[in-house]
Design a protein around this ligand. Sequence first.
Ligand code: GLU
Length: 501
Amino acid sequence: MKVRVRFAPSPTGALHIGGVRTALYNYLFAKKHGGEMLLRIEDTDSNRFVAGAEEYIIESLNWLGIKFDEGVGVGGQYAPYRQSERKDIYRKYVDFLLENKKAYIAFDKPEELEAKRNETANFQYDASTRLQMKNSLTLSENEVTEKIAAGENYVVRIKIEPNEDITVNDLIRGEVTINSSILDDKVLWKSADGLPTYHLANVVDDYLMKITQVIRGEEWLPSAPLHVLLYRALGFESAMPQFAHLPLLLKPEGNGKLSKRDGDRLGFPVFPLDWTDPKSGEKSSGYREAGYFPEALVNFLALLGWNPGTEQEIFSMEELIDLFSLDRVSKSGAKFDYEKGKWFNHQYLIRKSDEELAVLFNTSTSLSNQFDDATLAHIVGLVKERVTFVQELWEQTAFFFLAPTEYDEKTVQKRWKAETPALMQELIVELEKISDFSAANTEEIILGWISTKGYNMGAVMNAFRLALVGAAKGPHLFDITAVIGKAETIKRIEKAIETLK
Ligand code: GLU
């Protein structure tokens, strides 16, 4: 049987990073098995619908290279893939369940349910209480028909038989058995909007769309026994997909589920892209805008809950597809180690060629046109080991483009002594004499001069660096002089002598 999996988000806001990982694991699993993956939008809960969320989800997954074979935005033989457009399809299954007495109609008003909850501790609508309620099990057929004809709102509830062990065979967690008595008669459909709830729509669509594995977050594990019962009640049992519930992403400290607040508190994004909530206007930052490479985020997420069983940490999407298996997904939650995420970005950054990085860097500064492409690539190559994000390259290279206008206080105090100006004047004289200003040649001549004169190496070099960079930082000094050239080097020393008098 061909592997078919789905990513089935509800468009209730920005896609959480845990949801991105779910999509990724579905994708890796599908591709590994030569199967297909579809995108289904589960938008049957109109109260939770958020404008723009669907587009956000699609844009996020596109950015990360998680591709769909079918679904919203792609089409396919089981279209439509947006549940709100499949109303008529679900109604048929609701009728089937009612006819077969696997479900019943309930008229209890919200305030009546509320009253019941207040009067009975831990009230649950189930086999032990449903005969006290207002539904088609307690009302006559006529009463039911009349109420419906009179336009009274109702819901359809699943009729769960008590005291039955239900086993879910989870590909990650193994056998999970619960007793049906702990389940309530969940609402499957509401006459008010003619829409099914998540449970019915999810199961019917997985069946109709020929889904073979349901790979989703651990928060859905409690729904799985109900889904098993629904498969049976609908007569789909033989086509029931296998379940795989992925471990939670945990707070960096390791206790509890990773939330948006953790990101705000510790200063990292929990969403793939920037997001502005259309109602509250609240803004959240995303990995893309924070400067992450999509490949780095994919690599980082792949290893949050899965491991290849080797020491290897850097994987391309192709390698991940090749190695992925649900057997190696852990049962326990995965700590969200944001520093590790940065490490991955750094690893991807240093693996990019200097030329490629120079192009990315180029777009962030207008000053870059004072150098040719090869020099820009060379500059970027000199500092790339020191940065995590492309946008940090500027801070590390600004002095190549702009002469310092101020000098770091502490460094001046430490490195610029009474005798320094005279030393720097002499240095200028030596530099003037050099015709081949390449890094190696300049270095040889200047170091030779220092040692012949018996000068203190640190005294010359630290002051020299301060004059060129304005601080005690930057790559190898003679790499800097070679890039900015003789005239600019001398000009900067003169300026420092002048300014630091
Ligand atoms: N619509 C559910 C969600 O938002 C889907 C859960 C599932 O994959 O079954 O995650």
